[in-house]
Design a protein around this ligand. Structure first.
Ligand code: FES
Length: 496
């Protein structure tokens, strides 16, 4: 299955893979919206920039996102206001609205075709009005007090009962086409983008980034990888989850316009048009990474079929989210080194946070003032606002460490593993992740995550090995897909 954003994708001109050592001003790890926004600002300011991408431009979370751009947060403005107060909640909206404006201006300036369109956002309840009124009133008050143009509204043409809040002047686009546009412009500016080059080590003390084949020396190193690579304190309190999306063509009925959040408890709906084709997508089924329950794609298909006259399903994709313990992202210079930068904790709102992060980090490197750095700085400490989630996530990690190590079944033979099945088991004292492909090939890897030694879990919806502790994910050959791990799952000696 692949993302709907690949429709019409032209990709990016391939740069030869990195085989020789090189030197730049700024090495950026990750060619998603964060890395490429920073790279463009830096390259246009005359910096020598190299972007190192493990897969292809936009292939990570940017290309797995919703394409929705909004100034508030998907989790709601009222919870943010309760936690941080009026001033910070309004600054979040101002900062994010500026980032959406930046995307719009960049699209116009560079002539990027990515179907950008200003659209309203809706926050809708399906409960009876009396029941939902208090929560929606609180949310509306928080949105208006933060400066947004919001009002109570009826459903935007949905075929089921719903009502709630309409927020004017938000936006939608194709996020993959956007970052491909940024990448193409960057190459025109002389920046180097190296794809298919996973980074295996970052040595900020020496200012070195290493891939399998070569090293890059850089004055500044930006980890635009959604979570910092390696071991970092920030991972201890981060809630890591996955969310799924499917799209469909309808046989009859309207494709609803706008960003539509349905609080039932949560599905996000939107229409997308590419060429002559019209599509409806639904996003939801969020779960903690590594804690998989059932077929999430199938549940989303059933949701669409319950409410719409579906003719055919067309695409399916998913993305990872990192939610910070105090509800705001960590962006900028890291505690450990002045030449090392990160951007994480974007929750479900990463396209806008990623853009803002790219601008904040590039301003830090260029020693320019940025009004938003103070709220979102990677060096902030907020124990009063984060203690509960820190405690919960550390319990989760401990639980997995104990339960997964003690609870692994012992296997004498792999014969009982049928094509398409996977199992974690102890074989001859080794913890193994065993998968038999649909064609019968047996793939055996170490089940021990190379990040901090938790045991990986099988994700049948995506045929990946996912680590429940800090969200590292691996393909069936063991290669890192995303997360803090630098290295693949080990190949046990002497096994097929
Ligand atoms: Fe940290 Fe696996 S991601 S132990």
């Amino acid at each position: 299955m692949e993302s709907i954003w690949k429709l019409g994708s032209r990709g990016v001109a391939e740069h030869p893979s990195l085989t020789e050592d090189s030197e730049v001003d700024v090495a950026i790890i990750g060619a998603g919206i964060t890395g490429l926004t920073a790279a463009l600002a830096l390259a246009e300011a005359g910096q020598r920039v190299m972007v190192l991408e493990a897969a292809t431009v936009g292939a990570g979370v940017t290309g797995g996102s919703t394409g929705n751009l909004y100034a508030t947060l998907a989790s709601g403005q009222a919870p943010l206001r309760r936690k941080w107060g009026d001033e910070v909640a309004a600054d979040v909206v101002r900062a994010r609205a500026e980032a959406v404006d930046h995307i719009e201006v960049t699209i116009e300036r560079l002539g990027i075709e990515c179907q950008f369109k200003r659209q309203p956002a809706y926050r809708l309840s399906t409960e009876d009005r009396q029941h939902a009124r208090h929560d929606l009133n609180e949310e509306l008050d928080a949105l208006v007090s933060a400066g947004l143009d919001a009002e109570m509204a009826e459903s935007p043409g949905l075929p089921f009962d719903s009502w709630g809040i309409r927020i004017a002047n938000q936006a939608q686009f194709n996020p993959l086409h956007y970052v491909e546009g940024l990448a193409n412009r960057l190459q025109g500016e002389g920046a180097v983008i190296v794809q298919h080059s996973p980074v295996r080590e970052v040595d900020p003390g020496k200012g070195i980034v290493r891939t399998d084949e070569a090293s890059v020396a850089a004055k500044h190193i930006v980890q635009a990888t959604h979570t910092p690579k390696g071991i970092n304190l920030v991972q201890a309190g981060m809630l890591v989850s996955r969310e799924y999306a499917v799209s469909a063509k309808l046989r009859s009925g309207e494709y609803p316009e706008g960003i539509i959040w349905v609080l039932d408890p949560f599905h996000s709906l939107r229409r997308y048009q590419y060429g002559e084709g019209e599509y409806l997508m639904v996003i939801g089924e969020k779960h903690k990474t590594g804690e998989h329950h059932g077929d999430h794609y199938q549940k989303l298909r059933e949701y669409l079929e319950t409410h719409f006259d579906v003719e055919a399903f067309t695409h399916g994709w998913s993305a990872q989210q990192y939610s910070s313990p105090d509800g705001l992202p960590y962006i900028g210079r890291m505690h450990s080194h002045d030449n090392l930068y990160m951007a994480t904790g974007f929750a479900a709102d990463g396209l806008v946070w990623g853009t803002l992060a790219g601008l904040i980090i590039s301003d830090q490197i260029l020693e320019r003032d940025n009004p938003w750095h103070a709220h979102f700085g990677a060096r902030r400490i907020t124990p009063g606002k984060s203690a509960l989630q820190y405690a919960k996530e550390n319990v989760t990690v401990t639980k997995h460490m104990v339960k997964d190590y003690l609870g692994i079944e012992k296997l004498e033979t792999f014969d009982g593993i049928e094509p398409g099945q996977a199992r974690v088991a102890t074989v001859d004292g080794e913890k193994l992740a065993i998968h038999r492909t649909e064609t019968g090939e047996l793939k055996v890897l170490s089940a021990v995550c190379p990040h901090m030694k938790c045991i990986v879990h099988w994700n049948p919806s995506e045929s990946t090995w996912d680590c429940p502790c800090h969200g590292s994910r691996f393909d069936t050959d063991g290669e890192v897909i995303e997360g803090p791990a630098y290295h693949p799952l080990a190949q046990p000696e002497g096994r097929a």
